[in-house]
Design a protein around this ligand. Sequence first.
Ligand code: 5AD
Ligand code: FES
Length: 358
Amino acid sequence: MEESFDRTAAFDLADKLETEKDLTDAEFASVLLCDDPGFDEYLAEKARTIREKYYGKSVYLRGLVEISNICKNNCYYCGIRRDNANAERYRLSEEQILDCCDAGYELGFRTFVLQGGEDPYYTDDLIVSIVSAIKERHPDCAVTLSLGEFEKDSYQKFFDAGADRYLLRHETADKEHYEMLHPAEMSFEHRMQCLKDLKDIGYQVGCGMMVGSPYQTTEHLVKDLRFLKEFRPEMVGIGPFIPHHDTQFAEHEAGTVDMTLRLLSVIRLLLPDVLLPATTALGTIDPRGREKGILAGANVVMPNLSPSDVRGKYLLYDNKICTGDEAAECIRCMAMRISSVGYETVVARGDHVSFGIE
Ligand code: 5AD
Ligand code: FES
């Protein structure tokens, strides 16, 4: 009998989350721990409804250019960490990056995400030059940077050059957990300071965390949700942790599809108009992961526009998908996947709008 009581309680909490857009920490924990098979679908249905209220059936496409896999950091989970001597390194020149964006523009993209390791080759001046050149060639496009931690004055220069958005995952909102995932030379405080600086400068900011990262507990995830609610990012990128064979976490379990989907739905209900990508990592642990992500409340996908000869090298984790495909093929495949679940891909700039609801 007690079980059925718990079940009802969890469903009630989903209703409460839908109407109040928040829960207490203990209530979040109950939602994350409920393993009733019907519960995830109940949450997902609510998440879809609210997502459709704000965004209709549109799924926003962002063109991802992986500019470099050279990184001065040594995050324990990441396949392109500095100490991985087996990673085959590459970096794209300014000209190659601009060529990718031009090709993406022809394919219809109006947002470019430049993502890379923390590669000192890209000085502030070079990043400014690249951002300015993209904006000059394509004034109707948004430029998103995802290049890691910098000091505030550098972020300011990139913003002044025309960068609109910045993605920097917080990774975990718990300092001790952060320290279990990163070497001592990296700091939780600095990561949080970067996110605050980005917001103060005026960027649209994306943060996020891995689901099922080593040593992650339900309490850590609850802290992540609390952080998201307070920080109010414009985008939240979450995906399952997937072990990379050349890291010290090689033998750790991957995060699960179910927990990732549940968190996508919870985040959609918590921050109704947030941009929520169905990530490549989710597509990697489940062949229909991205479609399931859309059905759980996600509304963004980021097809890879990187040149085909480097795609197989930007490997943060094992078995990454879309590493062998040409950009055009990948986009066609993505559009088919999205339409197979009743949604449509939109390439418009898709600035964050709240439509005065809420
Ligand atoms: N599994 C899943 N995601 C990972 N990332 C890095 N390594 C992995 C991994 N092994 C994520 C981190 C980082 C983003 C670029 O990719 O959250 O911020
Ligand atoms: Fe990239 Fe299918 S989405 S190959």
